[in-house]
Structures are given as C-alpha cells and as structure tokens.
Design a protein. Structure first.
Length: 374
C-alpha cells in the first residue's frame, strides 16, 4: 500500500471518530444554568430512578397528577389533626368523649347579651346513691366515704371543716297553676348559716336537650334578683344524665308556705304560660321531708374551678335529722363543679375531664346503688 493510500485511510478513520463523538455529544444538553442533563432526544443511557433529575422530569414535566397526590398525602392528615384539635378546643369533638365527661355533648353556648341568659350559671353535678346501711351512724358513714373520695381526688377534706345545714322541704304541684315543672319546692332552714330563713326554687328537666333547657324562662322577679341564682345544670348519674334549668330565691321569711298560684307568680312572673283563675290553690305534692346536709366548698384545678362536695340524708322528722344515729329514708353523695368565673365563664375542658375521671372511679369504689345499669 502506497503512502498516499495509508494517509487517506487515516483521514477516513479520524472522520468516523469525529462523527461518533458528535452523536454521543448530542445525547447531553445544557440547561440555562450550564448544568448537563441526559438528552430527551435519545434514551440509550441508563439513569438512576431515584435521582433528582428523574423525579423532576417525571413530576415537573410529564405528570401534574403527581403534585396532586403529594399534596393530598400531606394535607389530609393535617386537616384531620387540626379538625380534631379544634373540636376539643371549642367543645365540639369529632369523636364521642369518654364516659361521664359529657363536655363535648353540650350543644349550646350561652348568649350573655340575652337578658334571659345573662345571669345563668353553668354547673355539672356528679351524683352517687349511697348505701343507707352505712349511715345509721352518720358520722362514721361520712368518714368512710370521705376517705375514699380524698384518696381518689387528693382534696384532703375533713368532717370538722364541713358546713352543716338542716332544712324541711315541701314539694308543690306546679301544674295547678298552668305549667308543669319537675320541681317546685320550699325549703325552711332550721340549722346552719341559713337558719330561720326560707328558700323557694323551681326546676325543669329537659333530658339531653340543653337547648330546650336554656329556653325555659324562669327568671326571678326583679325585686328578688339580689338574693337569687339561676343555672343550667347537668345532673350526671351512673347510668344517665340530664339537663335542667333551675332558679332559687333565698333569704325569704321564716316558715314560708305557698297556698295560691298568685304567690308563685310573684316569685317567678315569667314561669307560667297562662294565669289560672284568681284564688287557684296549690296542692302539696309530697309529705314533708327533713334533710341533713354536710358540705364543703372550694376551688380546684389550679384554683380556677369552683366545687361543692355534698352529703345529704333524708329523714321523717326534724328530730331524726338532728340525732345522727337514725336509719335515713334516702341518701346521696355528690360533687358539683362550676364553669370558669364561678359559673359565668366558659368551661375549662381539662377540669371537666379530671372530675369525670374522679367520678368514674368513685361510682365503683363507693358502690353506687344504681349499678349495674339496666
């Protein structure tokens, strides 16, 4: 082979190498930031499926649905968490609250600008039916219950620090005056700080319907506003609960007795739908009962929540109620809590949960007489 032929062959070979290099170079492109990425024109090179470029190319340019999927995965759990937390914060949770708390079932928030609701207190009373056999000796029975209560709650209540109140109670038929109420009663106090005074109170229970209970207008006559109180109370028992609206007027004359509907209208002028005929009499619903009450009041849960702890036993005569060694006709142990600001503010959710847990333990340890629930 001549030297010219050899030279020509080398030139052809170099030209082929240049062409192959150009083809390979075309498989890479530069972006605006001078970063080199594999060209989309050819796909002869293998690439890492977990690389930034692979994900950017797939989601950024070829699949908008990818963004939607990612947003859904991130946002849906956040929405659920905040909805649940928001429910607890406002009193409307997405799931039922635990037994005996009943906080999240309150469907109504009071409107303090409404004159029928301005002075209404919010309370919950947790009630336990006592074993009457333990109260033949009243002081010993109270001591047994109090020891268990203090162990559960850590309150440290002592019998010698309690306030003792004795009173005679008379129930009346409110339906005689045109509207039926759950209770219309007079209490005549014979012992304690309220001795030689009387009290009249009226109450209507509305089952689980707090809104209906709030709509019951039983405000006191304006002349009694200074020595009266109104409340929406949730009575919590081992096997059921109910809402009721209650109003009481204290500091009335000793040995108060009701005979005519006009007398009731004077105390509660908005309580009855229509006036009966003048001179309509009011009948007693039950015979007299004599009550002995042992009570403690104070503040719990960082001194924000007012409470009242109460033992009451019922007797046939005043003498029996005074003696302390007579078998009672009935008995109840209860503790009442108030919303913030002594009942005029919102509920402290955590305080309610705490007292609900106390109650759940106490109805078992104190052998509530209504258990087991039917």
């Amino acid at each position: 082979m001549s030297s010219k032929e050899i030279e020509l062959e080398e030139l052809v070979r170099e030209d082929d190498l240049d062409n192959n290099f150009d083809e390979d170079l075309m498989m890479y492109e530069e972006d605006e930031d001078n970063e080199v990425y594999p060209s989309s024109k050819k796909n002869t090179f293998s690439r890492n499926p977990f690389s930034v470029q692979t994900w950017r190319e797939f989601f950024g340019y070829k699949c908008v649905i990818g963004y939607i999927i990612i947003l859904a995965i991130v946002l849906i759990p956040i929405f659920i968490i905040f909805s649940f937390a928001g429910g607890y914060g406002t009193g409307y949770a997405l799931k039922p609250d635990p037994n005996y708390h009943f906080y999240f079932r309150d469907p109504v928030k009071l409107n303090r600008s409404d004159p029928t609701q301005t002075e209404v207190l919010l309370t919950k009373e947790f009630q336990i039916k006592v074993d009457k056999d333990l109260f033949t000796n009243r002081a010993e029975g109270v001591d047994q219950y109090l020891e268990i209560f203090n162990n559960v709650t850590g309150f440290g209540l002592r019998l010698e620090d309690a306030e003792i109140t004795l009173f005679e109670e008379i129930q009346y038929h409110s339906s005689d005056c045109g509207t039926k109420y759950s209770e219309l009663r007079v209490r005549r106090f014979t012992g304690g700080d309220l001795a030689n005074t009387s009290q009249i109170d009226i109450n209507k229970d509305m089952g689980h319907d707090m809104k209906a209970a709030l709509a019951v207008d039983i405000r006191p006559n304006i002349q009694y506003e200074g020595n009266s109180s109104q409340k929406i109370e949730q009575d919590i028992h081992a096997c059921y609960h109910k809402y009721g609206r209650k109003t009481k007027i204290k500091g009335l004359q000793n040995h108060l007795s009701i005979h005519f509907c006009e007398e009731i209208f004077d105390f509660f002028p908005t309580a009855f739908d229509k006036d009966p005929s003048p001179g309509t009499t009011v009948l007693r619903a039950k015979s007299k009962a004599f009550w002995h009450e042992i009570a403690w009041t104070g503040y719990s849960y960082y001194d924000t929540t007012k409470y009242k702890v109460d033992f009451t036993t019922v007797y046939k005569s005043l003498r029996d109620s005074q003696k302390g060694d007579v078998y009672p006709e009935a008995g109840e142990f209860s503790f009442r809590i108030y919303s913030l600001d002594k009942g005029l503010g919102d509920w402290d959710k955590n305080a309610i949960l705490q007292f609900g847990e106390y109650y759940e333990k106490l109805i078992v340890l104190l052998h509530d007489r209504t258990l087991p629930c039917k």
